[in-house]
Design a protein around this ligand. Structure first.
Ligand code: 15L
Length: 273
């Protein structure tokens, strides 16, 4: 039973959206970020607790997770960055959240991993949740690490994990690459609720994508857990493709699922297989 649910990284785009869509779903929603958040809303719409924590600070993280039944972990760095920043937010910060959750007896974590953990798979290939990671960036490596750490904490400590490899979250797809990886707010809310409420989650990886006709993913693991996406990027396709027609594109970015994350800092002499 989820009584108090914590959202880390609640000041980011996905966090702000979930704060709205999960309002009143659980008796108490605790929202946290390292930057100040909007104050708690009126209690009659669902009780909120507002917290400010830097996840690199273990003592603060222990206070943040106290009394929490489930965590939606969105905190950390959400794109490519320097190794120092990735290390602080996505390796040390991530470890602090999982370890503090273990000490506090938290039973469920929904983790925002990313398509960039597997970004070097070619677009011509359909991949499922069982492929080995092919990170396309330091950020992608940190997301593969998050899946490995989640697996450890599931097997060794019995915390149930739903790792959602998010494609691109937004109210609509923003370009042709995102036609394949887009997820709408209502579909992501549905996945998060499966992660928190499904009775039999040990360690699962799913793709955080809507039911896109152009998807590069076999998301059967999400469907097995009950996910029924309501949205598809297809109605946006004609307009986006017409807008991009004739645009010059980077061949590495175009060849791989991770797009520009693959092309940035690329120095190999030939494209990988
Ligand atoms: C991600 O993982 C990022 O958090 C987001 O900002 C986008 O870059 C997204 O991937 C994407 O691939 O579009």
């Amino acid at each position: 039973m989820m009584h108090r649910v914590l959202i880390t990284g609640a000041g980011g785009g996905i966090g702000r959206s979930l704060r709205e869509t999960l309002r009143g779903v659980y008796p108490i929603l605790r929202v946290s970020d390292r930057v100040p958040l909007a104050p708690a809303g009126p209690e009659d719409q669902g009780r909120e607790e507002v917290d400010q924590t830097d996840i690199a600070d273990m003592a603060a993280v222990e206070k943040m997770v106290a009394g929490v039944d489930g965590i939606i972990h969105l905190g950390g760095i959400s794109g490519e960055n320097s190794w120092e920043k990735i290390l602080e937010g996505n390796i040390i910060g991530l470890y602090n959240v999982f370890e503090a959750a273990r000490r506090a007896g938290t039973k469920r974590i929904v983790m925002a991993t990313s398509n960039h953990a597997v970004g070097f798979y070619p677009r011509a290939q359909t991949i499922d949740h069982r492929v080995v990671p092919r990170p396309d960036s330091r950020y992608g490596v940190s997301k593969a690490f998050s899946e490995a750490l989640a697996s450890l904490y599931a097997d060794k400590h019995g915390i149930g994990f739903l790792c959602t490899r998010i494609g691109n979250f937004g109210t609509k797809p923003i370009d042709s690459r995102r036609l394949s990886i887009w997820i709408s707010p209502r579909d992501y809310t549905q996945l998060v609720r499966i992660g928190l409420e499904h009775s039999e989650i040990h360690f699962e990886i799913v793709y955080g994508v809507s039911g896109n006709k152009r998807s590069w993913y076999d998301n059967s693991n999400a469907h097995r857990l009950g996910y029924k996406p309501q949205d598809d990027s297809e109605p946006y396709a004609a307009e986006i493709l017409a807008r991009e027609a004739g645009q010059k594109k980077d061949p590495i970015a175009e060849r791989y699922q991770g797009g520009t994350f693959c092309a940035e800092e690329f120095t190999a002499e030939a494209p990988p297989p």
